[in-house]
Design a binder for this molecule. Structure first.
Ligand SMILES: Cc1cc2nc3c(=O)[nH]c(=O)nc-3n(C[C@H](O)[C@H](O)[C@H](O)COP(=O)(O)OP(=O)(O)OC[C@H]3O[C@@H](n4cnc5c(N)ncnc54)[C@H](O)[C@@H]3O)c2cc1C
Length: 369
């Protein structure tokens, strides 16, 4: 088992690693994915909200609809809890039964020919003349690090590492309903979420409520979930005293792509490569796209149809969003947001970020839908 030979070994069975592995396997290459988790649905560290474009990713094309819940609107709240409802014709976000989705994706790539080794952690890899030898796994012509924001592959093999993070915490409440379930509720509030947002959403299984804030190494403050739930309870209908059924938490890269992202037939993808929108902190769609693009590029390289360079064109600079991230970090004040939430320039920026230039303010129905 230890001396198996593969075209590629992918470390990490998240969105990016599985998207990459699927591309490789469907082009007939021998690919092994390892993940330290025994069950891909355990210890989740994502809300799992998908932008509509993510559902077009080949990895998700056949996902059972029962694992998704369409959310057509965003309700954006100022710190004083006044809100606007935003939407775009035909545009949907999707909340997910995330643990079930991760398990489904793992099983799906196995049907594509991927060898998925659950419960196998990456420890180290050494370069031989023609391949990488991954401890406890085998040899591969290329190695892909898709092992998340704190990538051990990047650390061990001297690639760029993520240094700027948000820290997010999320509570899950099973079997409960929000007063307005068709909206993704986003709360701007410097006290509870400096540098990011609070959020609440109806999922296929209940309600998710989360807070993320700028992470400062050594001095990170734990987000005040109790205070946040109390603050927003009048708007959402969720009891502030109910205990969560489960908790998710994790670091979210927010500094843009790492450098270097690749060398000598080893490449980082997804969170490991810093491929997360520095402003919205959405990394699922970016990871799916980056994983698939690098996968296609590796197919060409491994079949001798291209040089060893692996798709540096797949790396967006996130220049606009990094500028907004800087502004959010250095000039976030509640009072102007209270004043300007529904003003046209604010709305423009939010529309651009949420709906990719489509959409706008949606009048509130008399009754919440
Ligand atoms: C609280 C929170 C909420 C979020 N909500 C959203 C959201 O709603 N929508 C969105 O688009 N983005 C969200 N994000 C960001 C998003 O989750 C990530 O960008 C996305 O999951 C990245 O996918 P990935 O495949 O690159 O990495 P990951 O999903 O982190 O997957 C990495 C995999 O590697 C495995 N691994 C790690 N180390 C090793 C090792 N040494 N050996 C073997 N395996 C290893 C892990 O077990 C894991 O399965 C959120 C992030 C957090 C923290």
């Amino acid at each position: 088992m230890q001396d198996q030979r593969y075209d590629a070994i992918v470390v990490g069975a998240g969105f990016a690693g599985l998207a990459c592995a699927r591309e490789l396997a469907t082009h007939g290459l021998r690919v092994c994915v390892i993940d330290r988790k025994q069950d891909l649905g355990e210890r989740m560290h994502t809300t799992g909200i998908l932008v509509q474009e993510a559902c077009d990713a080949p990895l998700l094309a056949g996902v059972p609809r029962a694992l998704l819940r369409a959310v057509p609107h965003v309700r954006l709240y100022a710190p004083n809890l006044r809100s606007v409802r935003l939407g775009a014709d035909g545009y949907r976000f999707y909340t997910t039964d995330t643990p079930a989705l991760m398990r489904w994706m793992g099983e799906y790539v196995e049907t594509c020919g991927v060898e998925l080794r659950r419960g196998q952690a990456f420890r180290n890899a050494t370069r031989t003349l023609t391949s990488w030898h991954v401890d406890g796994v085998g040899h591969a012509r290329v190695l892909v690090g898709a092992d998340g924001a704190r990538s051990r592959v990047a650390h061990r093999l001297g690639l760029g590492q993520v240094t700027q993070f948000l820290y997010g915490v999320e509570y899950e409440f099973d079997g409960v309903a929000l007063r307005e379930p068709h909206a993704l509720h986003c709360f701007i509030n410097k006290r509870f979420a400096p540098g990011y947002l609070g959020w609440m959403a109806q999922t296929p299984t209940g309600v998710q409520a989360g807070l993320a804030r700028r992470h400062h190494p050594g001095g990170t403050q734990v987000p005040d979930m109790a205070g946040f739930l109390h603050h927003v309870a009048p708007m959402t209908g969720l009891s502030a005293t109910r205990r969560p059924d489960s908790i998710r938490a994790g670091l979210i890269p927010c500094g843009g792509p790492v450098r270097p992202m690749q060398r000598e037939d080893v490449v980082l993808i997804g969170d490991a490569a810093g491929m997360v929108s520095p402003l919205t902190a959405g990394g699922i769609h970016a990871g799916l796209r980056h994983g698939a693009t690098i996968g296609r590029s590796l197919v060409r390289a491994l079949s001798g149809r291209a040089g060893p360079h692996m798709a540096s064109s797949a790396v967006p600079a996130f220049a606009f969003k990094r500028a907004l991230r800087w502004a959010f970090d250095h000039a976030q004040f509640d009072a102007p947001v209270n004043l300007l939430l529904a003003a046209r320039p604010t709305r423009r920026v939010v529309e651009q970020l949420c709906f990719h230039r489509r959409g706008g303010l949606v009048p509130d129905p008399v009754e919440p839908d």
